[in-house]
Design a protein around this ligand. Structure first.
Ligand code: NAD
Length: 355
């Protein structure tokens, strides 16, 4: 850590395309962060940084950021195919590293980065922003407190028109959001994954995927992902034995809790089922107004300072990559169900073994 870091952290952001400027803006706001560098191979991306943040050092050379003795940490927001090499060279140069989701393009790459970071006592953090989202945290509390009852199933749609990524299909691009949320809410990893996809516009670049996940608890989930949709949807329904929740990330009322369900009673004669449908109050709880990205970058700075794992930690990162990898393996065998690989190293964020 540089001498300056005793007061503040010095951070370099690599990749200033669609997402990187958001990270730069938030880091610029944080009192924990002092000197900032920004890097993109595209000169035009640097022009707007120079104009907006005159104090930020700009460069087109990622290795200059990684090698700079002035910097404590590197934030990587480049295409997924570049994550591993950039993160590895930054860790080897002694930098703490934040990598946008998904952590890497393969499980082996993720596990190698985790080992390199651990060997050097450096923070490595994947960018699973939704773990810092107030609505996602509210639903986590509803599930963990038992208010929803047993979770029967979760159905989620994350679709919009664009943006096709050049190096990864839609499951690796949008899927990590839902996979990280499902892992967090369910407090378990899926034991069975099957997927169908289609490359509608560009050959061998799936732009729509339907993914089914089965959990050890018996809960099932369906994740619909697409870059080809008439309108933007960010909608998740959680159906429990006591209550149901609709989470719409595009709504002013992002979480609505339905006191609805079905109560079966014992059949009077063989084969005769009596079901009572219960449709009670719909409550829209107050959701804290906090920017997830600001909370995420604050957690990164805190993890560097304390050595404690952040909420979005490496185990989340590698588990999400394992789910993406399982999706690919299922796709290769025509959508048949597969398990997670490697088996037997399921550990949850709080260090407890997964169910
Ligand atoms: N957390 C979120 O909600 C969220 C949202 C969007 C994107 N992302 C993630 O952010 C990352 C970037 O996505 P994007 O949509 O901004 O991509 P993008 O293609 O718009 O931007 C990537 C930028 O990286 C630059 N770049 C590539 N290689 C470089 C190198 N070696 N050195 C310096 N610059 C380099 C490119 O010139 C480009 O400007 C991805 O991992 C993506 O999954 C996260």
């Amino acid at each position: 850590m540089s001498e300056k870091a005793s007061a503040t952290l010095s951070v370099g952001v690599i990749g200033l395309g669609y997402w990187g400027p958001n990270l730069l803006r938030v880091l610029h706001e944080l009192p924990e962060v002092g000197a900032l560098w920004a890097c993109d191979v595209r000169e035009d991306a640097l022009v707007s940084v120079d104009r907006r943040y005159p104090s930020v050092v700009t460069t087109t050379d990622a290795q200059a950021v990684i090698a700079s003795p002035e910097l404590d940490a590197v934030v990587i927001a480049t295409p997924v195919s570049t994550h591993y090499e950039l993160a590895l060279s930054a860790l080897l140069a002694g930098k703490h590293v934040f990598v946008e989701k998904p952590l890497t393009a393969s499980v082996a790459q993720a596990e190698h980065l985790i080992k390199v970071a651990a060997d050097r006592s450096l923070t490595l953090m994947p960018g699973h922003t939704f773990l810092y989202s107030p609505p996602v945290n509210l639903i986590h509390e509803l599930i963990a407190s038992g208010e929803l009852g047993e979770i029967y199933f979760i159905s989620t749609s994350r679709v919009n028109l664009g943006l096709h990524q050049p190096d990864i299909g839609v499951a690796w691009d949008l899927g990590p959001h839902d996979f990280s949320i499902l892992r967090y809410w369910m407090n378990e990893l899926p034991s069975q994954i099957s997927a169908l996809s289609r490359s509608c516009i560009i050959d061998d670049l799936p732009d729509v995927a339907f993914i089914n996940l089965g959990f050890p608890s018996g809960a099932i989930a369906n994740v619909e992902l697409s870059w080809l949709a008439p309108s933007k949807l960010r909608r998740t329904a959680v159906v429990g034995s006591k209550k149901m929740v609709v989470y719409d990330d595009t709504s002013n009322e992002p979480v609505r809790v339905f006191d609805s369900g079905v109560v079966p009673s014992a059949p009077e004669t063989f084969g005769e089922y009596k079901l009572a449908y219960r449709s009670g109050d719909i409550v829209s709880p107050q959701v804290e107004a906090a920017e997830p990205l600001l909370l995420e970058m604050t957690d990164f700075c805190n993890a560097i300072r304390t050595g404690e794992p952040p909420r979005s930690n490496v185990q989340v990162g590698v588990d999400v990559v394992r789910i993406c990898d399982a999706v690919d393996r299922s796709l290769r065998i025509g959508g048949a169900p597969v398990g997670l690989e490697p088996e037997g190293r399921i550990r949850l964020a709080d260090g407890t073994p997964g169910r």
